[in-house]
Design a protein around this ligand. Structure first.
Ligand code: SF4
Length: 624
């Protein structure tokens, strides 16, 4: 096996046992790694019938074949499980430094089931693995946990840990790498918490791994690194982070305001912009391992109610989720809210969106102060959000904590039909901070039909509609009009194929925009020895999309669920997209035709299952 090591660590926390699992090479060829291989392994080794928070549920961490290369964007990895937030299949991606370390230690990933008798750590030192009790860490925030782990094991150990939110089974709890890189979405931190697994630490003495063609690999990696480094995208992201284009997004109507009730707020555009963050609070730039884009921010706020010491700063999603979405243009507050969410271990998107739901419900009289621990909620009141609401959610304290810790859809289900209008989501996953009415109508389609729910990284549709990427070798060489449905289903087919390749090879969407289709194929071949053609690679991306749908079907998801909240399909009342309709049903119908999906079940036909070599997976997952 090249690129990959061929070994997964399989851990049963109830038994305290660990064995090595060696998936056949064919699994890597068919599903690559990361999100794709995790779906395959889950379908084979997971108990598909049980609750995501039951002891025997399976939590998977999976690397892509490129983890460990000194290549910009290659150091991400995937976590996957049945989501406690949405109830169906989900994966999440995280950057940072742990993926290369795990590869050098000899593993392509970890499968974890069972529940430890006491809070525990998984320690991986080269090929040595142990489970150690750590009751002293239970209840601590991610920052302190990370600091104590580094003190105990040494700074060279890379860490994955959960905070109090994961321990308390908050449905949108996340898992943090080295304290500030997040497996943010879908509540996988609660799955880890349900297993009483506080942290994983990894260190390898070796810093190398085998690739198929070392010389060709070195040449290609150098070329790609130079290309990425010199690209406009990289220089913009390096200069002002992922919020660099926030101002432009406001003028397009892409940036949600007060829970997606408005698409324009002029003063906010500059107040929350990436350039403003650079001017006011940036101390230095930071990066995931080996990435020369360095889109991450290190910030410090010296004084005021939201002062924070020097440390990780917010990216775009956090700035908007704790800024305009909550009716605030206080940039310092977004920095502080992001820091608290990281420390408590909560997804900033779902957390901000659930608070936005609560503020709107409160302002419209659908919930009262009795439901809110005696608080009055209002747009822009960041003192209350930061000092009262966030701690209540993480600890599930009082009526407010109990209500909001389940996410916006569950909260709406508990409080009455009127409030479902305020839950902006697809398949139970709160929408990210790009409003399809202004950001691009194709996003509405991809939010709806993506396996995870409202997700902006299951495909590069956002970049495709912005004109930030083209793939002429596979027919995507045309401009898209963001505010139209024209060519969106066709683009979504390409987008999901590329997105599956990105999320399964675990390449960063910010760094890989410059990689052409022939370069993608070369990379897979010189690293992992897959001997692919363009057609082989594209078939693999599409196969992974279909496999994820099979898993969702197991959890009752059908064509009916390929939908987004009505709020996102109601014409905007202001800003650039004012009054423009999204032709959602037309796009969805055409996408279903192009992907050969049944209009009722949402599943591919028998012929497509055969063509994509998925008949065995269909039988294994759906049992007939
Ligand atoms: S572009 Fe940013 S998020 Fe992506 S790998 Fe580089 S530093 Fe990490």
């Amino acid at each position: 096996m090249k690129g990959n090591t061929g070994h997964f660590l399989r851990v049963d926390l109830s038994e305290g046992s660990m064995v090595t699992l060696d998936p056949p090479f064919d699994y890597y060829r068919k599903f690559i790694g990361g999100a794709g291989l995790a779906a395959k392994l889950f379908s084979e080794y997971g108990n598909l019938e049980i609750d995501p928070l039951a002891p025997d549920s399976l939590l998977i961490f999976a690397l892509g074949p490129f983890a460990g290369l000194r290549l910009s964007g290659a150091s991400r990895f995937s976590a996957a499980a049945r989501s406690p937030l949405t109830g169906h299949w989900a994966d999440s991606s995280c950057g940072g430094n742990l993926a290369p370390e795990l590869r050098y230690a000899g593993f392509d990933g970890i499968l974890i089931s069972g529940m430890a008798p006491t809070p525990s750590l998984l320690v991986i030192t080269d090929s040595q693995t142990t489970i150690e009790p750590c009751p002293e860490l239970w209840g601590l925030g991610v920052e302190e946990t990370t600091a104590l782990l580094k003190k105990r094991f040494g700074k060279s150990y890379k860490t994955l840990s959960i905070g109090p939110a994961g321990e308390n089974l908050v449905k949108f709890a996340c898992i943090m790498n080295d304290g500030h890189n997040a497996f943010g979405r879908a509540g996988l931190g609660a799955v880890m918490g349900s297993k009483r697994l506080k942290a994983i630490v990894v260190k390898s003495s070796e810093k190398n791994f085998l690739v198929e063609d070392p010389g060709a690999c070195r040449t290609l990696v150098n070329e790609l690194n130079n290309k990425v480094k010199e690209s406009v995208t990289a220089s913009v992201l390096r200069e002002n982070g992922t919020a660099a284009n926030l101002e432009g997004g406001v003028h397009l109507g892409d940036v949600p305001i007060r829970n997606f009730t408005s698409n324009f707020w002029e003063e906010m555009a500059e107040a929350l912009a990436g350039s403003t963050l650079s001017e006011k609070y940036l101390k230095r730039r930071s990066n995931c391992a080996f990435c020369n884009v360095a889109c991450k921010r290190i910030v410090e706020i010296d004084d005021g109610p939201f002062a924070i010491p020097k440390g990780p700063g917010p990216e775009y999603e956090t700035i908007v989720a704790f800024g305009s979405l909550l009716g605030s243009m206080d940039l310092a507050a977004t920095c502080k809210a992001g820091r608290i969410c990281n420390d408590m271990g909560m997804d900033t998107i779902s957390c901000g969106a659930t608070i936005a739901w609560a503020i709107e419900a409160f302002c419209n009289g659908a919930i009262g102060s009795d439901d809110c621990n005696g608080l009055n909620l209002s747009w822009g009141d960041m003192n209350t959000v930061i000092n009262d609401v966030l701690p209540s959610i993480a600890s599930k304290e009082g009526a407010l904590g109990a209500l909001l810790s389940e996410g916006s859809v569950a909260a709406a289900n508990r409080t009455g039909a009127q409030t479902m209008e305020y839950a902006v989501h697809a398949k139970g996953l709160e929408a990210p901070m790009h409003d399809p009415r202004g950001g691009g109508h194709g996003l509405a389609l991809t939010y709806a039909v993506g396996h995870r729910g409202a997700c902006h990284v299951s495909s590069p549709m956002l970049f495709m509609e912005m004109g930030a990427c083209y793939y002429p070798e596979i027919g995507f060489d045309y401009e898209l009009d963001p505010l139209s449905s024209e060519n969106k289903p066709e683009s979504a087919v390409i987008g999901f194929t590329i997105g599956s390749l990105e999320n399964s090879s675990c390449m960063c969407q910010f760094a890989d925009r410059e990689i052409t289709i022939p370069e993608w194929v070369d990379l897979f071949n010189v690293v992992a020895g897959l001997n692919w053609t363009v057609e082989d690679m594209m078939r693999t991306g599409r196969r992974i999309f279909y496999l994820q749908r099979l898993l969702n079907a197991k959890y009752g998801i059908s064509a009916f669920d390929d939908q987004i909240s009505s709020r996102l399909l109601t014409p905007a009342i202001d800003g650039a997209p004012e009054g423009i309709e999204i032709e959602f049903e037309k796009m969805k119908t055409r996408f279903y035709e192009l992907m050969d999906l049944d209009p009722v079940t949402g599943l591919p036909s028998e012929k497509t299952l055969r063509d994509y070599d998925l008949e065995a997976e269909y039988k294994m997952i759906l049992g007939s």
